[in-house]
Design a protein around this ligand. Structure first.
Ligand SMILES: [Zn+2]
Length: 112
C-alpha cells in the first residue's frame, strides 16, 4: 500500500509547498489513507515539539529519530527571528519564497 506522494508529507506539514502544490496535495489527501495518517503523525509530533523546548530532544533519540530531528529542525526554523520577519513581510508562512526559506533552513540543516 505504498504511495509515492508520502514524500510530500514533510513539506506539507512544514508548510513548504507552494499554494498550487498544497491544493493538489490536499485533494490527494482526501483519497489517500496512507498520506492522511502520515500527515496526522507528523502534525502530532510537530505539535508536541511546540510545547516542549528543543533541548529536551535527546541527541541520540531512538526509533523516530529522523522524524523527530526533521520536525525539530522545522520547528527551529519556524522560531527563527529571520523567518518570522519573512512571514510578517509576506503576510503568511505559505507565501515565504522557497529560496528565502532555504537560506534560513540551510543554517539548521547543516547543524549537527
Ligand atoms: Zn498518498
Amino acid at each position: 500500500m505504498g504511495c509515492k506522494q508520502t514524500d510530500n508529507v514533510g513539506a506539507y506539514v512544514g508548510r513548504r509547498l507552494s499554494d498550487e502544490q498544497r491544493e493538489k496535495y490536499e485533494i490527494h489527501l482526501q483519497n489517500c489513507v496512507r498520506c492522511r495518517s502520515e500527515v496526522k503523525i507528523f502534525s502530532k509530533i510537530k505539535e508536541v515539539l511546540k510545547t516542549r523546548p528543543l533541548y529536551s530532544i535527546p541527541k541520540d533519540a531512538p526509533k523516530i529519530d529522523v522524524v523527530d530531528r526533521t520536525l525539530a529542525t522545522i520547528h527551529a526554523i519556524e522560531q527563527d527571528p529571520k523567518y518570522l520577519k519573512l512571514v510578517a513581510k509576506h503576510g503568511s508562512e505559505e507565501k515565504v519564497p522557497e529560496a528565502d526559506y532555504m537560506k534560513i533552513a540551510k543554517k539548521y540543516f547543516n547543524k549537527k
